[in-house]
Design a protein around this ligand. Structure first.
Ligand code: ATP
Ligand code: MG
Length: 592
């Protein structure tokens, strides 16, 4: 997937990222041209050493020509340093800039984008594809330019040095290079599939280690070892075929090259003997012929690399071009200290499931500073209401108003800064406690963080962690229990001090005792704040101002607990079951 090829013309779009570095490009290009010219003149230097140095029997001339040769070599060495440094620098810089640009575009995208594009795939584009571009620009591109220059120059010099020999060589070039090209292509193909199979070995192992508890509890270690062995053997077999082709390639190349060399020496040698050409001319001719040959070889290899780079560029540009489905208005709404919410005739289906309405003609009104509970069967659409309110998705039909303003007409920033959510599955970052609590307000003082934690009844357990607020929580907070994670998420919401508080089963993972404590804290928090609570346990919502019963994407009834018990069948059934469970439990405990 990462190795697939693309149309080289897409690479032009990447050159835009080189433009800010014009000066470095000019330096690199100058160094490239100077070294190429100096390398080309080496041939003439060799000719001079042979013909004027040895040939003239004059030691002074020999010294002269050797000095010239040394100076040229010095120029080549310095030029190569400059060229290598600046071009590699450009490659690294462009790949770093691209990475930043892609990431900066992706973080603003609508969440639905990451449902239809696997995050793993996006991550691999961000790393593998940018790295590929970096090596292409940093080394292969410079190689391509240098080879083209020296190839063209060497070709010209070859013909100038000896026309007859050049014609012979030109005629035999296809014979020599065709077999090499064929083997070269096979090697390249196998080496890219070898890379892929190694990557799949890695991802296989990665998944197993992540699910290690499932594997061990089902006693599937032996099975996994066997399956992994299979993956490794597959990779080995591909690698073996690649190595074989490569060995053959070297063998064929040797035969062809030395054969060609012998032919050239024999034709040229006869001319030297018959006096048609000097030994120095033959020497420099051989030098140029070798340069032409290696130039061809490099270019054919570079071409494959450039196609791969184009594939990588295409995938990156796709990420750069992706735009959010959620329009962002420039209109910042001033803090009005109000939190009046209206859902008006909302219908909505998730983009990944266009056949099923998650909300269907949903209507609801929530007055400033009041609390409302959403209850109803699982899958009814309760969490979806929160998603729409935060504009992670936009409704297919209908409008949502905050203080009588259509939320689509507010900037995302001014909408979202009014809202804090404690999600159904609290999400923590791989960092310490303090970072996680202060995530929405990075400049919060230590005191603010601690009092938010206290309000969420998290302070006590945080203090018992090895490093208190600086305790590292492991990847996605694995080192905390479900209830502890929930309380950290709650503290985060409290610290944000929002006008609108959204709680999605925020206390579902707590034991009765901490739940009661957190409920008390929430009661404080809910004062002067518009709060929507989603809860399965009705006991947790008895103190809210209003309850809305949600079923199959619609509000089927609203009222207080006692009203709904009488008026709504669904609600009274839910209440009955929970009430009975409570009683059963009490009976069991008593009889135990
Ligand atoms: N990201 C999504 N893509 C596609 N469908 C979804 C997505 N999220 C939820 N749904 C579907 O939308 C419907 C409403 O889901 P929602 O999460 O709002 O239910 P809920 O009332 O919160 O349920 P629960 O009480 O179990 O949390 C369900 O049928 C669910 O399968
Ligand atoms: Mg839900």
């Amino acid at each position: 997937m990462t190795n697939s090829k693309g149309n080289p013309s897409t690479l032009l779009a990447v050159f835009k990222y080189l433009l800010p570095y014009k000066f470095r490009m000019i330096v690199a290009a100058t160094a490239l041209i100077v070294t190429a010219l100096a390398t080309l003149s080496l041939g003439k230097g060799i000719e001079a050493i042979i013909d004027q140095g040895f040939g003239s029997n004059d030691p002074a001339k020999l010294t002269d020509s050797i000095t010239t040769l040394l100076i040229i070599s010095g120029i080549i060495a310095i030029g190569t340093f400059v060229r290598f440094y600046y071009i590699s620098w450009l490659g690294e810089r462009v790949s770093a800039d691209l990475r930043k640009a892609v990431f900066a575009n992706l973080v603003y995208l609508h969440p639905g984008y990451f449902e239809s594009n696997r995050p793993g795939e996006i991550m691999s584009r961000l790393t593998t594809d940018t790295t590929l571009l970096q090596t292409i620009i940093g080394s292969w591109l410079s190689l391509a330019l240098r080879s083209t220059l020296t190839l063209a120059g060497a070709l010209v010099m070859m013909f100038i040095t000896n026309l007859k020999l050049s014609l012979i060589i030109t005629a035999s070039v296809p014979m020599v290079f065709l077999p090499i090209l064929v083997f070269g292509r096979r090697v390249r193909k196998l080496s890219s599939s070898s890379q892929e199979s190694v990557a799949s070995v890695g991802s296989y192992a990665g998944e197993i280690f992540q699910q290690i508890k499932v594997v061990q509890s089902h006693l599937q270690e032996k099975f996994e070892i066997k399956a992994f062995d299979g993956e490794v053997e597959k990779a080995f077999e591909i690698a073996r075929r690649r190595v074989r082709q490569r060995a053959l390639l070297v063998c064929v190349a040797m035969i062809m090259l030395f054969g060609g060399f012998a032919g050239m020496m024999s034709a040229g040698g006869h001319d030297v003997i018959s006096g048609e050409m000097t030994a120095g001319e033959l020497g420099s001719f051989v030098f140029y012929a070798i340069m032409v040959g290696s130039g061809f070889a490099t270019l054919s290899e570079v071409w494959g690399e450039i196609q791969r780079a184009a594939g990588a560029a295409e995938r990156l540009l796709e990420l750069l071009d992706a735009s959010s489905n959620i329009s962002n208005s420039k209109h910042d709404i001033k803090n009005s200290s109000e939190g009046q919410l209206t859902f008006s005739n909302i219908s909505f289906y998730y983009p990944s499931r266009p056949t099923k309405l998650a909300l269907n003609e949903f209507n609801l009104d929530i007055k400033t500073g009041t609390s409302l509970a959403l209850v109803g069967p699982s899958g009814g659409g309760k969490s979806t209401v929160f998603e729409l309110l935060q504009r992670f998705y936009d409704p297919s039909k209908g409008l949502i108003f905050l203080n009588n303003t259509d939320i689509k007409k507010m900037s995302l920033q001014s909408l979202r800064s009014e809202i804090a959510l404690v999600p159904q599955q609290p999400v923590l970052f791989t960092a310490d406690v303090r970072y996680n609590i202060a995530y929405g307000k990075p400049n919060a003082t230590e005191n603010e963080v601690i009092s938010a934690a206290k309000a969420a009844h998290a302070h006590e357990f945080i203090n018992q962690l090895p490093d208190g607020y600086s305790s590292y929580l492991g990847e996605q907070g694995v080192r905390l229990s479900g209830g502890q994670k929930q309380r950290v998420a709650l503290a985060r919401a409290i610290l944000n001090d929002p006008k609108i508080l959204l709680l999605d089963e925020a206390t579902s993972a707590l034991d009765s005792e901490s739940e009661q404590a957190v409920q008390l804290a929430l009661k404080d928090m809910m004062q002067n704040r518009t709060t929507i609570i989603i809860a399965h346990r009705l006991s947790t919502i008895l103190h809210v101002d209003k309850i809305a019963v949600i079923d199959k994407g619609s509000v089927v009834a609203t009222g207080s607990h006692s009203e709904l018990i009488k008026s709504n069948q669904l609600y009274s059934r839910l209440a009955q079951i929970q009430f009975r469970e409570g009683q059963d439990l009490a009976v069991k405990e008593n009889s135990a």
